[in-house]
Design a binder for this molecule. Structure first.
Ligand SMILES: Cc1ncc(COP(=O)(O)O)c(C=O)c1O
Length: 366
């Protein structure tokens, strides 16, 4: 693929184009970092939404202590880019994965998660054989019913077993309150998140009372960021998607105060009816699972549905003059599921292309 030269105007980019507004991105980075600082909690932003070493470096520059990764493969990419402090907020299981974890440990200082002793034993053996130690968090189910050992006594029992294994250094606990993001009433949302996260902190206290060091208490997503940041006893937050903001976070999670930094620029390719336009961006370009994409600056145009390579728009009376070749810009429904459809971000400032950042960890679901 031939890239457009730097300096190209946004309106001259071929479409569909995944664009970052650099000023908005930097404002979001600064705001999220300031929020964490204000509450005395460290920020280890999830990298699954951007998969980009260029963005990762900017996050570290504004004060992130490291990154959270969804998979070992993502962590390998960031380690290769020189980033060492990487939480793999997932379980590592299977001999090939354990081999890769050892290789990763030689280059970086990852933290893995454990919710069962059967994940820990092979990792312990492999680390010991390699003369290495890897940090681990006990993954605790605080109500999401995905992964995680139950809080309290079961977590303590697992922690005790893990501390007896050579090659693993127990570094703390983590949990994710992802089941509480959509609660509409903000008072109820605050109370439920507080109760869920309190289970993490109480479990940490049990571990400490049993003589087990537990320096890290990690949680937090973008959809719960303001609440998780205020929770006493939490030491670090994993919120990542906040750097882009999107329709899901704004309208379903009701997160306020961050700018839309990620957009899709597309072209009208057909006008089959006066109230319908078709664009060159469908489901293989943007995502509609959690929220439909929003049309920027045009309330008279709405996404009706997406097929694979076509976006079907409904036009209000004021938009009937939309023509083939006109361009529209969209805020993704959910940035996380949108970015991974693309190979690179076009980075724009004042409407001009200033950089192109590859999504180097795209496809690293391994
Ligand atoms: C373990 C974990 N932490 C944090 C998050 C929050 O990520 P984000 O802030 O990008 O929504 C997620 C989202 O899926 C997650 O699975």
């Amino acid at each position: 693929m031939t890239f457009p030269p730097l300096g190209t105007a946004k309106e001259d980019l071929d479409t569909p184009a995944l664009c970052i507004d650099l000023d908005a991105l930097e404002a979001n980075l600064a705001q999220a970092a300031a929020l964490c600082r204000q509450h005395g909690v460290a920020w280890r932003p999830h990298a699954k939404c951007h998969k980009s070493p260029d963005i990762a470096r900017r996050l570290l520059e504004v004060g992130a202590i490291g990154l959270t990764c969804a998979k070992l493969g993502e962590a390998e990419v960031f380690a290769a880019a020189g980033i060492s402090d990487l939480l793999v907020a997932n379980l590592v299981a299977g001999p090939r994965k354990v081999e890769r974890l050892v290789a990763l440990r030689r280059k970086a200082d990852p933290i893995i998660c454990i919710d069962h002793i059967e994940q820990a034993r092979p990792i312990s053996r492999a680390m010991q054989a390699a003369g290495l130690r890897v940090r681990a968090l006990i993954d605790i189910d605080i109500g999401m019913q995905r992964t995680g050992v139950a809080p309290g006594k079961p977590a303590l029992e697992l922690a005790k077993q893990v501390t007896e294994l050579p090659g693993i250094e127990l570094a703390g606990v983590m949990g994710y309150e992802g089941h509480l993001l959509l609660i509409e009433d903000q008072g109820e949302k605050a109370a439920r998140i507080c109760a869920a996260l309190a289970q993490l902190v109480e479990t940490k206290e049990r571990l400490v009372a049993a003589g087990i060091a537990c320096p890290i208490v990690s949680c937090g997503g973008t959809g719960s960021l303001p609440f998780a940041a205020q929770q006493p006893g939490i030491t670090e937050l994993q919120a990542g998607g906040v750097i882009f903001m999107d329709a899901f976070y704004r309208h379903k999670c009701r997160l306020e105060g961050f700018r839309y930094a990620l957009t899709i620029v597309s072209t009208v390719v057909s006008r089959p009816a006066s109230d319908r336009a078709i664009i060159d961006a469908g489901r293989k370009t943007m995502n509609m699972e959690l929220h439909l994409p929003l049309v920027m600056d045009r309330e008279d145009v709405q996404v009706l549905r997406l097929s694979a390579e076509h976006g079907i728009l409904t036009l209000g009376p004021a938009a009937r003059d939309l023509k083939i070749g006109d361009r529209l810009e969209f805020v993704p429904g959910y940035a996380d599921f949108t970015t991974v459809l693309h190979n690179h971000f076009y980075v724009l400032q004042s409407g001009r292309l200033v950089d192109i950042w590859p999504l180097t960890a795209r496809g690293r679901v391994d």
